[in-house]
Design a protein around this ligand. Structure first.
Ligand code: NAP
Length: 235
C-alpha cells in the first residue's frame, strides 16, 4: 500500500491488517507517523514492513516493489493511496506544481499498478488493486485543475487495468467525498460543505474502510469507481 501515513490511509492499513493481511506500506515525508503506524499494524500483523518511497519517481516505486518481493512471496492486494493535494488557481499554476500533483497522483498510481500487475498476472488466485481517487474527478473545481485531472486520470487507468488484468485481478477505485480528518481537527468551510451533502454530514475514514472491506469480499466487480460521498454527486 502506498500512502499509509495519510489520515484515511492509516485507517485503511490498520483495517487491512485486521483482515489478516501482512501489510507492506510506503511513506514519504512523515517518518514519525510511519513508525507509529507500523507499530500499531504489527500488534495485529507482526510480519508487516514499511519502506520510504517517493511515488512521483518510477525508480523508487520499482525499488519498493523489489524490497517487497525480497520479503513476501505473494501479493493479494495493492492499494494506491499516495496523493498530493493543494489548490492551484489556473492563472498561477507553475510547472513545478503541475508536476508535483500529476506525478505523485497519476504517474505514481500508474507505475504502482504496473509493478503490482507484473506480480499479480503470474499468480493463479484472485488478487485485487484498489486506487484511491476523489469525487472531484466528476466536479468542475476551477481552483484544483491538476489535482482533479490527476484523479480523473486514475479513474480511467482503473478501467484500463481492470480490462487488461481480468479475470484474475480485480481493479476498482474508491472515490471519497470530503472526509473529516478526525482527532478534533476542523475542516475549512465545514458548514458550507455539509449543506451540499444529502446525507448531511462529512464522511469518516470508517466510511471508506467499510467500502474497502466490501470490495475485498466481492468477486464480481471490476473496473468500477465507488463514490463514497453521502450523495454529494447527486444532481
Ligand atoms: N481525506 C479526504 O478528505 C479525501 C477526499 C477525497 C479523496 N481522498 C483520497 O483518499 C486517499 C487517502 O486520503 P488521505 O486522507 O489518507 O490522504 P492524506 O492524508 O493527504 O495523505 C497523503 C498520503 O500520500 C503520501 N504521499 C504524498 N506525496 C507522496 C509522494 N510523493 N510519494 C509517496 N507518498 C506520498 C503521504 O505520505 P507522507 O505523509 O509520508 O509524506 C500520505 O501517506 C488519497 O488518495 C486522497 O487523495 C481523500
Amino acid at each position: 500500500m502506498t500512502g499509509a501515513t495519510g489520515s484515511v490511509g492509516t485507517q485503511i492499513a490498520l483495517a487491512v491488517a485486521g483482515q489478516g493481511y501482512s501489510v507492506f506500506f510506503t511513506w514519504h515525508g512523515s517518518q514519525k507517523r510511519a513508525e507509529e503506524t507500523l507499530e500499531k499494524i504489527r500488534w495485529i500483523s507482526p510480519e508487516s514492513e514499511m519502506v520510504r518511497c517517493d511515488v512521483s519517481k518510477k525508480s523508487e516505486i520499482t525499488s519498493a516493489f523489489s524490497e517487497f518481493s525480497r520479503q513476501f512471496d505473494r501479493l493479494d492486494l495493492c492499494i494506491a493511496s499516495a496523493s498530493n493535494f493543494f489548490s492551484t488557481p489556473i492563472p498561477d499554476v507553475t510547472e513545478e506544481e503541475w508536476d508535483s500533483l500529476v506525478d505523485t497522483n497519476l504517474k505514481g498510481s500508474f507505475f504502482t499498478m504496473q509493478e503490482a500487475a507484473r506480480i499479480m498476472r503470474n499468480q493463479s488466485f484472485i488478487s485485487r488493486i484498489i486506487t484511491m481517487t476523489d469525487i472531484s474527478a466528476d466536479l468542475v473545481w476551477q481552483g484544483f485543475a491538476p489535482y482533479t485531472v490527476s484523479k480523473a486520470g486514475i479513474q480511467h487507468l482503473t478501467r484500463i487495468f481492470a480490462k487488461s488484468l481480468a479475470p484474475n485481478v480485480l481493479v476498482n477505485s474508491i472515490a471519497p467525498g470530503t472526509i473529516t480528518p478526525g482527532q478534533g481537527k476542523a475542516v475549512e468551510q465545514e458548514e458550507e460543505m455539509v449543506a451540499k451533502i444529502p446525507l448531511k454530514r462529512l464522511g469518516e475514514a470508517l466510511d471508506i474502510v467499510k467500502t474497502l472491506l466490501f470490495l475485498l469480499e466481492s468477486d464480481y466487480i471490476t473496473g468500477q469507481v465507488i463514490n463514497v460521498d453521502g450523495g454529494r454527486l447527486l444532481r
